[in-house]
Structures are given as structure tokens and as C-alpha cells.
Write a protein that binds this ligand. Structure first.
Ligand SMILES: [Zn+2]
Ligand SMILES: [Zn+2]
Length: 354
């Protein structure tokens, strides 16, 4: 006869139907020992194939390609295959990896398991086999996949190379940061072309936001153009978008021509440029629409200095930086003049640069 006790309103056995031992934790009518008889607590498959990308070294875990340390990835993939007997809970894990050759790893998982309050230990092994593969990202990249191109055109400036390499470094960093959470983002190709660089990217939206930021950095605008390049097998149109950023050739501090006036650029803003006319030292504003006509005479780094010989109220006498002849040049009234001043020679005329 079975004796039944009533516990929380549920029918509950308190002894094992197999060995008759009294036990509060009866599973399927059996005590833990009888329940476990002939069964494995932990089951591992005979082997596990671990796919590794030959190009970037990422591993495929589940449906995700991830970056990782080999030993940790091996443990993770083995743990993902563990099958536990019902009612069991793992309370401790100790993995041991024995490398059998470059591609084969005998992996043993030692566990402490809680089965209805009864603690058991288990040791199970499987073979992890490393297999070559190419991840999604690389298979697209290796095929030079790209959705968009950012064209950086820094204008004719002597420091143009630096600007290109600075911009490339910046783009690479930004893509790397964004790629951490999105595997589909990458740079397919960087191309030096006459007049600048082209950066090919896997994502249109990423390209757009980067091109926007670059344009803002240099107070310029970005031009977007798209072209239809074909269609997918299921009939979707494939577009390729080009984001052109023309970086003006002038910077703050440069001496430029504007409407035949020699000017110094003081600040560059969203709506235009604050400048000083060097013939009368008046400040004025160049509207953004008028900025394309600006021609750089001297970049700020190339401006020469001259030695001051004599100072009067609105004129100074200096030694010409080229031939050391004495020259009188106008200065703004009440200027503080040191021993040397910055000057620029334009069409034979010397201008003082405040
Ligand atoms: Zn029993
Ligand atoms: Zn890869």
C-alpha cells in the first residue's frame, strides 16, 4: 500500500517506490539514487565543431560571430551543448581543456549538481574540433562589399595629406566603435584618388552620419548622391550612395583674397566667416554663399615675420623679410608692436597682419 501525505494541498510521496527508503524529495516516485540509476546527470555530445573565421579570427557561437579568447570560446560552446537531467541545477563548473593538436581540444567539464537538495558531482568530456570558415562580415568584405562611399576632398592645401590621414584615422575609430555592437559595419576599402580619398563603407546610414560629422568639423557641407547599381535576386533595387565632403582650402589665420581684398580669416562659423581687410584693418563678414570665391594667399603656417626698425602712430618701418630693405607699412592705430611683426607680401606690397 502506498502511503500518501498531503502537503500544501498537493499529493506527495514521501518514500521511494523502488527501494522503499523514506525521502522527502521523491522524483517521479523515486529517491534521488534510484532516479539517477542508469542515467547520466550531465550529457555532452560526442564532439562539437567550432567555426573560426580564417580572415578575422572570430568564432561562431549559436548564430553570432564573436571575437574571443580561444579557451573561453571553447568552454562557452561546450557549456551551450550541455544537457542536464531534469530537476538538476549546476552549482559549480570547472572546465579542463587538453589540446590534442592545433585543431582538437578534449574538453572536460567537472560539475557540482544540485538535485532536489542532494549534491552530486559529475565529470563529462567532449571533443571540440576547430573548423575554418569565413564569417558573414568577412565574406562580404572579401568580396569588397560596400553600400556607400565617403569622398573627402580637402582642396589644394599644403597640409592636405595630414588632413586626409587624420580623417581616415577618425573614420576608422568611429567604425570600430560602432562595429562593436553591429557586425555589419565595416570599411571595405580606402582609396587615395587625385584630390583626396574615397572611403568605401558597408552601411549607408553610417556613411551618412560620418560624412555629416566631418562636414561639421570643417564648417562645410556634405553632398549626397545615389545611383541604382542593380537589383537583388528577389527584385529589390540596390543603390549606392556617395557622400561628398569638400573641405575648404582655407583655415582660420590664413591670408586670402576676397573680392580683390587681402584679408585675414579670424573665425569660421556656420553662416560665414569673420575676416579683417588688411588694407584698412576693418572687420567684415563673408557670407557662406560667398565663401567659394575665397582664394588662399598664404596658409597660417607660412606667414613670414619681419624685424621692426621704427614705430610711429599708424605706421611702422620694418626690414623686408625677403631682401632686408626698409619698408614703411600701415598698422591699426594704437597697436602694440613688438620687435617682430607678421607680414605678408602680395603683388609687391607688404601688409601688416594684426
Ligand atoms: Zn530508491
Ligand atoms: Zn571574419
Amino acid at each position: 500500500m502506498l502511503s500518501l501525505t498531503y502537503h500544501n494541498g498537493c499529493e506527495k510521496l514521501t518514500f521511494c517506490v523502488n527501494c522503499n527508503v523514506e525521502d522527502k524529495n521523491i522524483i517521479d516516485g523515486l529517491c534521488v539514487d534510484c532516479f539517477l540509476e542508469g542515467k547520466k546527470i550531465v550529457e555532452l555530445p560526442h564532439h562539437v565543431d567550432l567555426l573560426k573565421c580564417v580572415n578575422c579570427g572570430d568564432y561562431l557561437i549559436g548564430s553570432q560571430w564573436i571575437e574571443g579568447v580561444e579557451s573561453e570560446v571553447i568552454v562557452n560552446i561546450v557549456l551551450s551543448t550541455i544537457k542536464l537531467i531534469s530537476t538538476a541545477k549546476i552549482i559549480e563548473i570547472k572546465p579542463i581543456i587538453e589540446k590534442q593538436d592545433e585543431r582538437t581540444f578534449l574538453t572536460t567539464i567537472q560539475t557540482a549538481i544540485d538535485i532536489r537538495g542532494s549534491i552530486r558531482s559529475d565529470k563529462s568530456s567532449t571533443i571540440v574540433r576547430l573548423k575554418n570558415s569565413v564569417c558573414k562580415k568577412c565574406s562580404r568584405q572579401l568580396g569588397n562589399y560596400y553600400e556607400a562611399i565617403i569622398q573627402i576632398r580637402p582642396g589644394k592645401r599644403k597640409s592636405c595629406k595630414d588632413l586626409c590621414s587624420e580623417t581616415i584615422t577618425w573614420i576608422k575609430n568611429m567604425v570600430e566603435i560602432r562595429a562593436k555592437t553591429n557586425q555589419q559595419l565595416f570599411i571595405s576599402k580606402i582609396q587615395n584618388v587625385p584630390g583626396g580619398i574615397n572611403v568605401y563603407l558597408s552601411s549607408t546610414s553610417l556613411s551618412k552620419s560620418l560624412a555629416h560629422k566631418i562636414a561639421n568639423m570643417y564648417n562645410t557641407e556634405m553632398k549626397e548622391s545615389a545611383s541604382l547599381i542593380g537589383s537583388t535576386s528577389d527584385g529589390r533595387e540596390i543603390h549606392r550612395t556617395t557622400f561628398l565632403v569638400r573641405i575648404p582650402s582655407y583655415r582660420v589665420g590664413d591670408i586670402v583674397f576676397h573680392n580683390d581684398h587681402v584679408c585675414k580669416l579670424n573665425s569660421i562659423g556656420r553662416n560665414g566667416i569673420q575676416a579683417t581687410d588688411l588694407s584698412n584693418f576693418r572687420h567684415f563678414f563673408i557670407k557662406k554663399s560667398a565663401t567659394p570665391s575665397i582664394k588662399v594667399i598664404a596658409e597660417t603656417e607660412e606667414i613670414a615675420e619681419a624685424t621692426v626698425v621704427h614705430v610711429s602712430n599708424d605706421e611702422i618701418q620694418i626690414l623686408h623679410p625677403r631682401d632686408y630693405s626698409t619698408q614703411d607699412i600701415r598698422i591699426p592705430p594704437n597697436s602694440r608692436i613688438g620687435e617682430r611683426v607678421k607680414v605678408i607680401e602680395v603683388k609687391g606690397e607688404l601688409f601688416y597682419i594684426p
